[in-house]
Ligand binder design. Structure first.
Ligand SMILES: N[C@@H](CCC(=O)N[C@@H](CS)C(=O)NCC(=O)O)C(=O)O
Length: 345
């Protein structure tokens, strides 16, 4: 039998001895099961046919909401937003699940969250994300999900695949932006693609997923290794941007590598520094990364692709007694820190 291809480490963790590693206290992210191709005969790319299920605090969903916005797909791909905290022990069906419940009150604000929606794509008005999977005979539970409203099937639940496919099919999906107006996140250039792939790999392992390894593993050594790798990668990226003062990671244009770095760095100071025990430094302490963050934040559609209220509420919910830390406020609050780079030296 031919050996299956090795997993792409920029997309998912190798699952070797996963059960054992988990037993020893390591956080090991599972593999996404739905890997259909947008643009294939089953799932042709057309406007107003596809839908996203997301939670705004989830950084993998953030990749997808960023792609949807910067590619001009917000009008042609509909979206439902789950409440940022999972269901609680008193849930009538199941605890620890994503739910569509716009009536739920956020402890941070004492009010409902205006971005949260009901589930509007399946025709069944499901409350739990698990019900969307169960309708396909799957026991998965994760967001994001790219969903086909016509065939009522899940297309994909792997954010790396989803952003690549949205970029490939942007025109056919009905982008509101013309060819010259929107970024090409993965341009057809061999050398540039190799550069993006290498950055994606390092950024996924050490930063995007590395943050979870630091924050969610229960083993001191695993945490320590993740902490070191995370800050080494930040240092490397800060130097990479500084070397020729390039505006974006691969040069003058915003690509997938920038898009995939953004959700983690955006969360670092206000959330991960504390929640993921990544308290080595702030992004504000890396002048080039911070400027890069402000530059990306200023791109059309980026600020609107997320909400730090959802991030704070989601990450500090249950495990922090439902009390959400209020800082930082010095040298300024967030996301304001991404709007005034000149205020911090
Ligand atoms: N490989 C997936 C990972 C997505 C993921 O881990 N999502 C988390 C939320 S941040 C999730 O929904 N986990 C399952 C759960 O909470 O039940 C992707 O990148 O799309």
């Amino acid at each position: 039998m031919p050996k299956p291809p090795a997993p792409d480490t920029s997309v998912e963790e190798p699952q070797t001895n996963a059960a054992d590693r988990r037993k020893k206290g390591e956080f090991v992210r599972g593999v996404s099961g739905f890997r259909n191709v947008l643009g294939s005969p089953d799932f042709p790319a057309e406007p107003n046919r596809y839908h996203l299920f997301v939670a705004l605090n989830c950084p993998w969903c953030h990749r997808v909401t960023l792609a949807r916005n910067v590619l001009g797909l917000a009008d042609s791909i509909t979206m439902d937003v789950a409440f940022p905290s999972r269901t609680t022990e008193d849930d009538p069906v199941e605890a620890n699940r994503w739910e569509f419940n716009p009536a739920r009150i956020a402890s941070l604000t004492g009010a409902t969250l205006p971005e949260c929606t009901l589930e509007t794509a399946t025709g069944k008005g499901f409350r739990l994300v698990t019900e969307i999977y169960q309708a396909e005979g799957s026991n998965e539970a994760s967001v994001p999900i790219l969903y086909d409203k016509k065939s009522k099937r899940i297309v994909a639940n792997e954010s790396a695949d989803i952003i690549r496919m949205l970029n490939e099919q942007t025109g056919a999906l009905g982008s509101s932006l013309g060819d010259g107006e929107r970024p090409d996140l993965y341009p057809d250039d061999t050398a540039l693609r190799a550069e993006i792939n290498a950055l994606n790999d390092r950024i996924y392992v050490a930063i995007n997923n590395g943050a979870y390894k630091a924050g969610f593993s229960t083993d001191q050594a695993v945490y320590g290794a993740a902490f070191t790798a995370y800050f080494e990668a930040l240092e490397m990226l800060d130097g990479h941007l500084a070397a020729d003062n390039r505006p974006f990671l691969t040069g003058n244009t915003f690509t997938e590598a920038d898009l995939r770095l953004f959700p983690t760095l955006y969360r670092h100071d206000p959330v991960y520094y504390l929640r993921m025990k990544l308290n080595g430094a702030r992004i504000l302490d890396y002048p080039h990364l911070w400027r890069w963050l402000c530059r990306v934040y200023a791109l059309p559609g980026v600020a609107d692709s997320n909400s730090l209220v959802h991030c704070r509420q989601g990450y500090f919910g249950r495990s922090w007694n439902n009390v959400v830390p209020l800082g930082p406020f010095k040298p300024m609050g967030y996301p304001e820190a991404y709007e005034f780079p000149e205020l911090v030296g």
